[in-house]
Structures are given as structure tokens and as C-alpha cells.
Design a binder for this molecule. Structure first.
Ligand SMILES: NC(=O)c1ccc[n+]([C@@H]2O[C@H](COP(=O)([O-])OP(=O)(O)OC[C@H]3O[C@@H](n4cnc5c(N)ncnc54)[C@H](OP(=O)(O)O)[C@@H]3O)[C@@H](O)[C@H]2O)c1
Length: 320
């Protein structure tokens, strides 16, 4: 099968395409004929070797944690799916494999793709959507109508889904973005948008119940005054020394009834979260946003685009 892969850690530029064997499946697995995958920054971070202490991958490593495609073959214990079903999934990042014509995946990670959207659209949802859901609360029961959310990086892959999930629960969202992200976030329901290239976000007057930093460019210490006095939560997608320090300090302050909280989201594939995203898509409360589409042979360009930044929505790699 055609696949994109890396053979050693190094510059993300070394990703190449070629022929690799179609994966064998275990009895609890499904072979998916991949129609589309989407790029996540973790793909090229893994390739660079910067995560090798936490994630032990094997070479050749085929990236791609997001898949949308059609069931080609099922293992003997698989009961929920049959050949021809349209599915999408958030794959285990250590194995990944969706930048290829076929990928093997445990049945327990796979959901039916919402029918009214394309494979390209569906491929933008799994990793970023599950990250947003896990960051915002344990399957979002924590999102209260009328609470005020500040989403930093609101037009990016994770942020654009977080914005829509919060709006689906009737809460208010202030989106922090730049350039064309303003228009995109307004269109998808943001109550307010701030261009961080023009306004120093630390100096704004509003106060929030929840700050979600999807960019890793902010930290609790320089934004804690934007949380409401009675409490509030700061969640980030990027673990840093500063955030870990803030978590330790705040847990110590809890004995003085200090109510503000800090946490780091470490997204894991979890089917109920993906199915929840699927239901929001079916009820038209969650929409896929595609920045640009590439073919498998353009994988280097797709990664360069992601590395360069300024992504609005998701970068998709079309396979079939
Ligand atoms: N811990 C986890 O489980 C987890 C899961 C998913 C993602 N992540 C990490 O989270 C980060 C975001 O992921 P993603 O997929 O959303 O990336 P992305 O699609 O590249 O989006 C990042 C967004 O942030 C914006 N941005 C950059 N600097 C900003 C700033 N100072 N203020 C506000 N917005 C800013 C960018 O647009 P402009 O530059 O045009 O403003 C872009 O729209 C990545 O580092 C990724 O590795 C972690």
C-alpha cells in the first residue's frame, strides 16, 4: 500500500512516501481503507524525536492519529462493524498509521462517521475534538450555560472545535485569534473576538470562568487575574514547567480555600468522547473547518504548513 512514513527521528522534512505492507489485523481489530486523515502538530513533534522519552514508536513510523474511511475487513471478535461501513477514529498515537491507504485499529476506538459530512470533514474531528472535550470537562457536563470562556488559539484545530462545543452548551465565548480567524470565529458563534496582535490580552477588562489555552503561549501566572475572583479554571494543551509549578502551588493554596484551578489536558482516545462529538455533528452544532487539503504525496507540504502555524481549522490529507 502507499504510505507516508519516517525511518528515524530527525527533521520533519525527512518524511517520505513509498510502499509498505498492508497491516495484519488482530481478532479485535478492523482494517480501515483510509479516505482522509488530518495533520496534528503532535505528528511532526513525534518525528523530530522531541517526545521520544514519553512515546516509544517503532520505525518505519506511519503518522496520522485521525482517520476517516471505510471498513475493509474485520477481526473474528468484531461485532459492531461490517465491511463497507463508514467510520472515523482517534488512533493510539504510538501506533498511529492513518497516512496510508489502510490502517488497523481496535474496534473499541471506532465510531460510525456522521453520514452527512465527507471523509475529509470527518478526519478533522477525532484528535482535536476529543482534546477539546477532555479539556472542557468530563464529557462537558462541566460547561454551564452563561459561564464565560476565554479560548486562546480559537481558530486552530483544537480551538475551533472547543469554541463550538462551548457554544452548544449556551455559554459565552471570547475568542483570541489573529487575522482571518476573527471572521471564522464570529461565524461559528463567538460572542467576542480579540486580535492578540493588536490587543495585549493581559490588559483586558473582562473576567472569565474558564480559560482554555490551546497555544501553549500563555501561562497561569500571567493570566490568573483574568479568572473570576470566586474561582475559575485555566487549562492548557502544552505541559510546561510553569504550568506544573502553578498546579503544585494551587493545590497547596487549596487549604486556604483558594478556588482557582490549573490543569493540563493530555488527550487520549476515548470512544464515548468521539461519539459525543459525532452527536454534536449530527445536530449541526459542531462543524468541521478545513484550512487546506493535500494529497498523500504532498505530505511534506502539509507538515510544513502546520509547522509554519497560522492554521485556521485543520489541514487534511486526502488518501483515496
Ligand atoms: N496535550 C494534548 O493532549 C494536545 C492535544 C492536541 C493538541 N495539543 C497541542 O496544542 C497545540 C495546538 O494544537 P492545534 O491542533 O490546535 O494547532 P493549530 O491547528 O496549529 O492551531 C494553533 C492556533 O493557535 C494560533 N495562535 C498562535 N499563537 C497564538 C497566540 N499567541 N494567541 C492566540 N492564538 C495563537 C494559531 O493561529 P495564528 O498564529 O494565525 O494566530 C493557530 O490558529 C499544539 O502545540 C499541539 O501539539 C496538545
Amino acid at each position: 500500500m502507499k504510505a507516508a512514513f519516517i525511518s528515524a527521528y530527525g527533521s520533519p522534512d525527512q518524511i517520505t512516501t513509498g510502499e509498505l505492507p498492508i497491516p495484519e489485523i488482530n481478532s479485535d481489530e478492523i482494517l480501515i481503507k483510509v479516505h482522509a486523515t488530518s495533520v496534528n502538530p503532535v505528528d511532526w513533534k513525534i518525528a523530530s524525536g522531541s517526545m521520544r522519552r514519553f512515546l516509544k514508536i517503532q520505525f518505519p513510523y506511519i503518522p496520522g492519529a485521525d482517520v476517516s474511511g471505510v471498513v475493509e475487513k474485520t477481526g473474528s471478535e468484531v461485532s459492531k462493524f461490517k465491511k463497507g461501513d463508514e467510520v472515523f477514529a482517534f488512533l493510539d498515537i504510538v501506533k498511529a498509521g492513518a497516512c496510508a491507504q489502510f490502517v488497523a485499529c481496535k474496534e473499541s476506538l471506532v465510531a460510525f462517521k456522521p453520514r452527512h459530512i465527507t471523509h475529509e470533514e470527518a478526519s478533522t474531528i477525532p484528535l482535536a475534538g476529543v482534546t477539546a472535550i477532555q479539556a472542557l470537562g468530563k464529557r462537558k457536563q462541566d460547561i454551564k450555560a452563561n459561564d464565560h470562556y476565554l479560548i486562546l488559539g480559537s481558530a486552530g484545530g483544537v480551538g475551533i472545535l472547543a469554541l463550538q462545543i462551548v457554544k452548544a452548551h449556551g455559554a459565552f465565548v471570547t475568542s483570541v485569534v489573529s487575522g482571518s480567524g476573527m471572521h471564522l470565529c464570529n461565524r461559528l458563534g463567538a460572542d467576542d473576538t480579540i486580535d492578540y496582535t493588536k490587543t495585549d490580552i493581559r490588559k483586558i477588562e473582562s473576567r472569565f470562568d474558564f480559560i482554555f489555552d490551546t497555544t501553549g503561549k500563555y501561562n497561569y501566572f500571567n493570566l490568573s487575574h483574568l479568572l473570576k475572583k470566586k474561582g475559575g479554571v485555566f487549562v492548557t494543551t502544552l505541559p510546561s514547567f510553569t504550568t506544573i509549578l502553578a498546579m503544585i502551588l494551587l493545590s497547596m493554596l487549596r487549604i486556604f480555600r483558594y478556588k482557582k484551578k490549573v490543569s493540563i489536558v493530555m488527550a487520549k482516545p476515548y470512544l464515548p468522547d468521539l461519539e459525543y462529538a459525532g452527536r454534536l455533528i449530527l445536530s449541526h452544532k459542531l462543524n468541521a473547518v478545513i484550512d487546506k487539503m493535500y494529497s498523500l504525496s504532498e505530505i511534506k507540504e502539509a507538515w510544513s504548513h502546520s509547522i509554519k502555524g497560522s492554521v485556521k481549522g485543520k489541514i487534511v490529507v486526502k488518501i483515496q
